[in-house]
Ligand binder design. Sequence first.
Ligand code: KIV
Length: 270
Amino acid sequence: MNQRISTRKFSEMARNGEKIVMLTCYDASFAAVMEGAGVEILLIGDSLGMVVQGHNSTLPVTMEQMVYHTQCVARGSQRAMVLADLPFGSYQESPQQAFRNAAQLMAAGAQMVKLEGGESMAATVEFLTSRGIPVCSHLGLTPQSVHQLGGYRVQGRGEAEQARMLEESRMHQEAGASMLLFEAVPRELAGRITAVLAIPTIGIGAGVDCSGQVLVMHDMLDVFPGKKARFVRNFMQGAGSVGEAVAAYVKAVKDKSFPALEHTFSVQPG
Ligand code: KIV
């Protein structure tokens, strides 16, 4: 059996200042290309609802679909960590519901599951991690709450919000989360939280000071139609193949040239 990269290795990389490279992935062929280009974590994101299925949010994605895509990605890769999203409605009801569904994703080939939410999810994280399921907690802009948040907007600009995000990050670390993912969070805040935590942080629109980065593959390969978020860079530009584009992304994350300032948000709007 091939050994996949473990949570322990990611903590070590974060401690040593080596950036962690994550990319979303939904099938076996892309998994092989991404792994070959040096991606260390393949995220089967529920973004598949938008970029693969054509919905206008992630909300319709089902457990059955997440299991299927997780199996595909696991079959196509050998070394990268496989991280799978718990979709909307599959974990919010109770820690027991979360465990049942997380166990299905682990059986499908995931080594870690991701869930969205702050304080209200800390007990669920504790329930999962104390039963052997590694968790990545997604904070900041949590797309499954798009209707509650009033749109896809930057989170954590106000002082109270910043204090809350720091507190929730600590809670999730305490609860046993192996990793935090910050989406659309001011770079100053993500950097400050990363500096005080012992676990790695992954940013998407959260600045270069996170322990690593993630992008949605359809965005960075420039195949998703429609408006691009500020934090997206088109890595197909200048690349001769998908493999080259992914390798350019890996290099840019490792040498910290991505994200540049223009891909980030500040606590000061503008
Ligand atoms: O679903 C997804 O692809 C994600 C990324 C935006 C981080 O959660």
